[in-house]
Design a protein around this ligand. Structure first.
Ligand code: DGJ
Length: 372
């Protein structure tokens, strides 16, 4: 009996040790010994607790069967599963009906309203990736339950604030319906003129991969992959974070960037994105700007070396991962990413890497087994 008790104590303490390990390239266990099923998400701190939100993915299939999950931690290492923060709806035809696709949820705490606000990429059930909407949900507590508010395309009937009349006129001369074949030099010119911006002017711009960013002055921004994933949009949110003000602009038109992640360092805004290759990894792209509104300058990928702890994946494959968020831990930016497991999305691995800076203050990201 005594030896059985000792054995149980040993098992429990080994699960606890495991819970605090977090080695990049391996499964990350929660306090119950299950892999952390929170993908494409973000972390916030509220009081003395950290909350990690993310896609709760099924082991098989890729539609959303549960919702957005949330975990809590006091040390960013030991994560307790707090359950589903925003659950799918059982009502047929509901925007977030079970079987829809909820991706890249991001939560912010709004001090003015004392609410937790979640925005996420939503695809309607049975419609693949064509709806391309952003959805809003709100809660009084960090672990929810969040209440679904609405889903929408973005910036309907609004031009980017910095697009002059001449450029608007050019965009209005384009006709997306006439381009059946993509990727020619002519097609690209039309995209850069704003062909998809004009196509979606009335119904609102597409919004897929997304992140949120709160600037030092408290203003919040939604950054999303729009226009058939070809162009990023930066849009200002209202003070309660529950709507758009209508002020927005485009970043890298035609550049085909997704998985946007952003942070600020010594007055420079750094945006790290991926290319568009589905669940497969590709080379990261990096941009800098003196303001959230640009102008954005492209730099080489910040990734260098190889992933010694994960199949020796090279830097030009972002070590096998795709970014989701940049979390600043005591002033140190941490690049959070997912190593997608397309066959078993719930088992996609987490990769957290510290962002360093070279002599010119440009971000550099190297493989380390543990972020901290
Ligand atoms: C890449 C995106 O970054 C993911 O969030 C997801 O939408 C996959 N594409 C789907 O293929």
């Amino acid at each position: 009996m005594k030896s059985l008790a000792l054995c149980c104590i040993a098992l429990v303490s080994s699960a606890q040790t495991q819970a605090q390990e977090h080695v990049n390239g391996q499964l990350w266990m929660d306090t119950e010994g299950n892999h952390i099923n929170a993908h494409g998400g973000n972390i916030i701190q509220y009081g003395d607790t950290y909350y990690w939100y993310g896609e709760n993915r099924p082991y098989r299939g890729f539609t959303t069967e549960a919702g957005v999950g949330v975990y809590s931690s006091k040390d960013l290492k030991t994560w307790k599963n707090e359950g589903i923060a925003l659950a799918v709806s059982e009502e047929a035809g509901h925007d977030i009906e079970r079987g829809c696709i909820m991706e890249r949820p991001k939560v912010l705490y709004n001090a003015k309203t004392n609410k937790f606000v979640m925005l996420f990429h939503l695809e309607l059930k049975g419609r693949g990736y064509e709806a391309a909407r952003v959805a809003f949900a709100v809660s009084d507590t960090p672990t929810g339950p969040f209440r679904f508010v609405r889903s929408t395309r973005v910036n309907a009937n609004k031009w980017p604030f910095d697009m002059n009349k001449k450029a608007q006129k050019l965009a209005q001369q384009t006709n997306a319906a006439q381009w059946k074949d993509w990727w020619s030099a002519e097609w690209r010119k039309e995209v850069e003129k704003g062909m998809y911006l004009w196509r979606d002017m009335q119904g609102g711009q597409m919004s897929r991969d997304m992140t949120l960013y709160v600037d030092k002055d408290g203003k919040a921004y939604h950054i999303t992959s729009s226009q058939e994933n070809l162009t990023l949009l930066v849009s200002e949110l209202t003070d309660d974070y529950l709507d758009f003000t209508g002020k927005y602009n485009m970043v890298a038109p035609g550049g085909q960037n997704e998985a946007p992640c952003i942070f600020q360092h010594e007055g420079t805004y750094w945006l790290i994105c991926s290319g568009c290759t589905g669940w497969a990894p590709n080379e990261a792209r990096m941009f800098s700007a003196p303001s959230i509104w640009g102008p954005w300058t492209q730099h080489p990928s910040p990734f260098v070396g190889v992933a010694t702890g994960y199949r020796d994946m090279p830097a030009n494959k972002t070590f096998g991962a795709q970014g989701t968020y940049i979390y600043e831990m005591n002033g140190k930016p941490i690049f959070m990413a997912d190593i997608w497991n397309e066959r078993h999305l719930s088992n996609s691995l987490h990769l957290w890497l510290p962002i360093d800076f070279d002599g010119q203050g440009v971000p550099v990201i190297r493989w380390v087994d543990k972020a901290f």
